[in-house]
Design a protein around this ligand. Structure first.
Ligand SMILES: Nc1nc2ncc(COP(=O)(O)O)nc2c(=O)[nH]1
Ligand SMILES: Nc1nc2ncc(COP(=O)(O)O)nc2c(=O)[nH]1
Length: 542
């Protein structure tokens, strides 16, 4: 298939010398995530292999032989100097020798399965093989959403199947159009089991489908699974909204945590509690690291030690931009690092998160730092959304001033895609990442409103960065919004005092869910959970 200039062709992605292969992994026995991580590690360290990208992880219904447990599936992109036959040998060695897989019968349960799906030679031409032990392209890939969905996270929409010459995204859509529920996957974010928690696999789970928007008659991927409520537990004396004076009274905080759990678990199966020991209000005085640790670690330990809290329903998050605080909080039992700085305030943050692949990471958009972000809120946008002029809306903005940006989401999306690429370079896995466009961080009233209204665009954003030859899309990445009690609400509702903004925040919770947010971060968990469950009932039940 001929590729014209602005198309992204495999050759340019393929850094010119080695071959490029796409593998699919699957596991449905034991600690599936562990098997997958071990297989990735073995692959990464194998001679003749260069890891270039890993997709999200999905939970899928077993196909063909359905009397078995659900699988975890995903895809891997590698550069390789191995021939297809040697690459197959390596996969088998990893499956059977290293990870002691036993194959009882076709399509039966397995600890790990590594399949070669596609293989492109050094010139970027798709290789076809039809041997008894190896068929490339994989003969059953076009009937499997658990292969095509992760593959479409790694490959731009113009990449076609070598035999059908049809775009992979179209093959995937054809399966979805059959409307078989078992084909719709759960996108999962694996969460660590700290010693005190039950041993079961823990995940954040999101299910999305393509839905035609009545007004625009365009198809957008929308989430149809329940929203996660992230309840704010600020332990700072000056946090601008709940002014909790009782940050030193740790028993008092524990009882507040109990109340939050009661309030949210009345409507949801899980509750995320976001513990913050250092205010991030614009121009606020920053607590020292030592002070932040004192305010947060003991509380995390107390929560995780508490016998009368529903541990397997509580997901703990720490709101910090400091890598040391993040590391200690993970040891104390948090599952999510919520970093408002997108890893830009502390050069060690990405490396720290990369060491814990079963800890989720909120990658937020910001410009400048706590004291300078308000001056950085200039975005030269126009109101109408003019999509990028390349295939299927792949942006290719060079991030220089000369470019006439058309739209806020293209600016924020591009800037987030750069942080995303840096995070992956540092070894963070795509499956760990939650996106947050950062309401109130280097944004004025108009931008905050536009961020919410353009959420469907951000969730479908993709960019091919000419400089880094990197294709990035945000497909299946969950989005978190934190509108609660913020200044832009007070400006519109004329509520000077943040504590008076809860009712308005409740409205904004519903609006945010309507525009597709997957996680909502709120102060008043009791009242906002009601807004959330109401909005979920309207917008998210298919
Ligand atoms: N959901 C799901 N179902 C499955 N059924 C059969 C096989 C066997 O695959 P093979 O034909 O590539 O060995 N793999 C899976 C899988 O990975 N996920
Ligand atoms: N992920 C995320 N975290 C945040 N932490 C603090 C604040 C500032 O608000 P607060 O001081 O009321 O917590 N806002 C966010 C936000 O919007 N997103």
């Amino acid at each position: 298939n001929s590729q014209n200039k602005e198309n992204v062709d495999i050759q340019t992605i393929n850094n010119g010398n080695w071959a490029k292969a796409y593998l699919a992994f699957g596991s449905n026995i034991g600690n599936r995530m562990d098997y997958i991580r071990q297989a990735l590690e073995l692959l990464k360290n194998a001679p003749g292999i260069k890891f270039t990208a890993v997709s999200s992880v999905f939970e899928s219904e077993p196909m063909y032989f359905t009397e078995q447990d659900q699988f975890l599936n995903g895809c891997i992109e590698v550069s390789t100097s191995l021939t297809p036959a040697d690459l197959l040998k390596l996969c088998k060695k990893i499956e059977y020798l290293e990870l002691k897989r036993t194959k009882d019968f076709e399509n039966g349960p397995r600890s790990i399965d590594l399949d070669i799906i596609l293989y492109y030679d050094a010139e970027g031409n798709a290789v076809q093989i039809n041997a008894t032990d190896l068929v490339i392209p994989h003969p059953r890939m076009l009937e499997r959403t658990f292969v095509l969905e992760p593959l479409c996270e790694l490959l731009p929409p113009n990449v076609t199947h070598p035999l059908t010459i049809e775009p992979l995204v179209d093959h995937l859509q054809q399966i979805y159009d059959l409307n078989k529920p078992e084909d719709v996957l759960w996108k999962v974010i694996p969460l660590n089991n700290s010693a005190k928690q039950s041993k079961i696999d823990r995940f954040l789970k999101f299910k999305s489908v393509l839905k035609r928007a009545e007004l625009t008659q365009t198809d957008n991927r929308v989430t149809v699974s329940p929203t996660y409520v992230m309840a704010i537990m600020n332990t700072t004396p000056d946090s601008f909204s709940d002014g909790s004076r009782n940050y030193a009274d740790i028993e008092g905080q524990l009882s507040k945590v109990k109340d939050i759990c009661d309030d949210v678990l009345k409507h949801y199966e899980n509750v995320i509690i976001d513990i913050g020991g250092c205010s991030t209000r614009p121009n606020s005085k920053q607590a020292t690291e030592e002070e932040e640790l004192k305010r947060t670690i003991p509380l995390i330990e107390l929560i995780r030690d508490s016998k009368d809290l529903p541990q397997d329903k509580i997901i703990l998050s720490i709101d910090t931009y400091r890598s040391i605080v993040a590391e200690k909080a993970i040891k104390a039992g948090v599952n999510i690092i919520n970093d408002i700085s997108g890893g830009s305030f502390d050069n060690e943050m990405f490396n720290t998160v990369a060491k814990h692949p079963n800890v989720a990471y909120v990658l937020s958009h910001i410009r400048g730092d706590i004291s300078s972000m308000t001056q950085n809120a200039q975005y030269n946008t126009k109101d109408e959304y003019i999509p990028p002029n390349s295939i299927d809306y792949i942006d290719n903005n060079e991030c220089d001033a000369s470019n006439k940006y058309m739209n806020l989401t293209r600016i924020i999306g591009y800037e987030m895609s750069e942080r995303y690429s840096k995070a992956l370079e540092a070894g963070i896995q795509r499956w760990q990442i939650i996106l947050d466009p950062g309401l109130g961080f280097a944004k004025n009233l108009k931008e905050n409103i536009d961020v919410i209204k353009q959420l469907p665009l951000l969730k479908n954003y993709s960019v091919y960065n000419d400089k880094s030859a990197l294709y990035v899309n945000f497909r299946n990445l969950p989005v978190l919004l934190g509108p609660s009690r913020k200044k832009f609400i007070g400006t519109i509702t004329q509520d000077e005092n943040p504590i008076d903004r809860d009712f308005a925040t409740g409205s904004l919770v519903a609006v945010s869910i309507g525009y597709g947010t997957d996680i909502i971060r709120v102060h008043n968990a009791k009242e906002c959970s009601k807004s959330a469950i109401l909005a979920d009932t309207i917008y998210k039940r298919i």
